[in-house]
Write a protein that binds this ligand. Sequence first.
Ligand code: NAP
Length: 283
Amino acid sequence: MILDGRKPAKLIEERVKQEIDKLDFTPTLATIIVGEDPASKVYVQAKDKACKRVGINTITRELPIDAKRSVLISTIEELNREKDIHAILIQLPLPAHLDANGITEFVYPSKDVEGLHPLNLGRLVTERAGIAPCTPSGVIELLKYYNISLDGKNAVVVGHSAIVGKPMALLLLKEWSTVTVCHIKTQNLSKHTKEADVLISAVGKPGLITADMVKDGAIVVDIGITKVGGELLGDVVFDAVNEKVSAITPVPGGVGPMTVAMLLKNTVECARRSKNWRANNHD
Ligand code: NAP
């Protein structure tokens, strides 16, 4: 089975639009983009287009590639104070002199649409309602849409970034999978991947996951996206792996549309939280 992300993404979009129609204000998402990375600009345009489809207002703040950390932080703080901005997205990757993990701490937790503020990540650990990172929560929604149960399964996540791999592992644990997380120092990667009922790769190295590394009948989710020439490639050697698994996500058209859909969903959640935050003066 090919796990097409476009169908569930459309469903989520429709639900988000219905929710927005019921609000008495327009949710607004602000994106901060540092530098001129063409890929980042394409992503931001795609997100803006999706926001427009459901009735989310967007604004973009562009900073030069050599922007100082203090300038980026003042931009975030200005957007934090702006009452008509409900959600803030810092487009990654940031230039090397700006550390993304440190910077996200400056976004108000209630406006942290990517769920990367330590408070939101902490809520993920303690399984309290919060804003969860878009890509990993999109993977869970995708698997649910296709009625793939995670309960009691051996799940292996390759990649341990704060934005994808680690929250992915936490969300799988929440669904009662037994989780292994692999990274650059993992000895004998294929020993682990071969044990996976559910294998999730989030690395960004095309060809990393080959057919001999995957168990027969496994579920394979390819989060990786790398642009090679004009083509977008995942981490998984799709054709060969597809022959032996029971389900697999394509690249593009698998996890990508779910990430965008979850961004829309999180923006509405932020809009609600920002309103409540102002009303109650706490988060
Ligand atoms: P990242 O921060 O570069 O993280 C990559 C992770 O892979 C790191 O934890 C790294 O470990 C690990 N790694 C590198 N080589 C490895 C190897 N040979 N074996 C095992 N682990 C290895 O990237 P990210 O932000 O998590 O994104 C990962 C990929 O997903 C990228 O291709 C990105 O474009 C894609 N992505 C896709 C979507 C989507 O919507 N589909 C959304 C977000 C990201 P170390 O840190 O220890 O080196």
